[in-house]
Ligand binder design. Structure first.
Ligand code: PEP
Length: 256
């Protein structure tokens, strides 16, 4: 982490878990200890139907609410989709884009990720763009090429002043929900490379300013070491974010 140049962001990704009625009790527990944290930004990315309850439950705290996906379209005949303006109006501040589960199960392409990123930025949402390699890509030594390509196509045509508002989450697919975590060295290598892509596409200032998270089985036991890496500015946390105590422990690990 480097708090001098960029924000540390700890974001929970609830995926398709919990119920709207679970939001209030969870929020009470999290707010009691993390409602006023200043050393990092805390975000809960809830299923869309739970966003209004989460916004209400975290009102008057420093904990923000995010969505897990957004349409690349502004409005119209797109049944089942939710636009960036609708998320924003419902009180969401962040949105996850291009999560590997959406790429894998919903056919989300790099072009769609770019479209969603543009839509999110246009509406004033802070996008968390996920990139990551498969196990076979890691084993065949093409991880960095893969990640560079994913980041470049996500950012295609995005001007520097907008790129500064983006968060990138490096999420190796083999580490998501598996209990396998990238070593701090592996995660740092990729996050450093993502920063280098920003330097190449924009400039040193943009590279210094971009928040880059690690995600993939982050938990209270491994968070501090991962977050101590110079290019890792936070975490995107799935499983452990469903347990307020575990999420609090990770938030506290960011206080170093
Ligand atoms: C995720 O879904 O973004 C994630 C990182 O999940 P987990 O922490 O469960 O690996």
């Amino acid at each position: 982490m480097n708090r001098k140049y960029r924000k540390t962001v700890i974001a929970g990704n609830w995926k398709m878990n919990l119920l709207p009625s679970d939001v209030k009790p969870f929020a009470e527990r999290l707010k009691a200890e993390a409602g006023r944290v200043k050393f990092c930004d805390v975000v809960i990315c809830a299923p869309a139907v739970m966003i209004p309850a989460a916004v209400k439950a975290f009102r008057d705290t420093r904990i923000a609410v995010g969505a897990q996906d957004v349409s690349e379209h502004d409005a119209g005949a797109f049944t089942g989709e939710i636009s960036a303006a609708q998320l924003r109006d419902a009180g969401a501040k962040y949105v996850i884009i291009g999560h590997s589960e959406r790429r894998q199960y919903h056919g989300e392409t790099d072009a769609a990720v770019n479209g969603k990123l543009r839509a999110a930025l246009e509406a004033g949402l802070t996008p968390i763009v996920c990139v990551g390699e498969t196990l076979s890509q890691r084993e065949t030594g093409v991880s960095l090429d893969m990640i560079r390509a994913q980041v470049k196509s996500a950012l295609y045509g995005i001007p520097a002043e907008k790129a500064r508002k983006i968060i990138i989450a490096y999420e190796p697919i083999w580490a998501i929900g598996t209990g396998m975590t990238a070593t701090p060295e592996q995660a740092e290598e990729v996050c450093g490379e993502i920063r280098a892509v920003f330097r190449g596409m924009y400039d040193a200032r943009a590279a210094r300013a971009v928040t880059i998270q690690y995600g993939g089985s982050m938990n209270p036991a491994n968070a501090a070491e991962l977050l101590s890496q110079p290019d890792i500015d936070g975490g995107l946390i799935g499983g452990a974010s469903l347990d307020a105590e575990k999420l609090l422990a990770i938030i506290n690990a960011a206080n170093q």
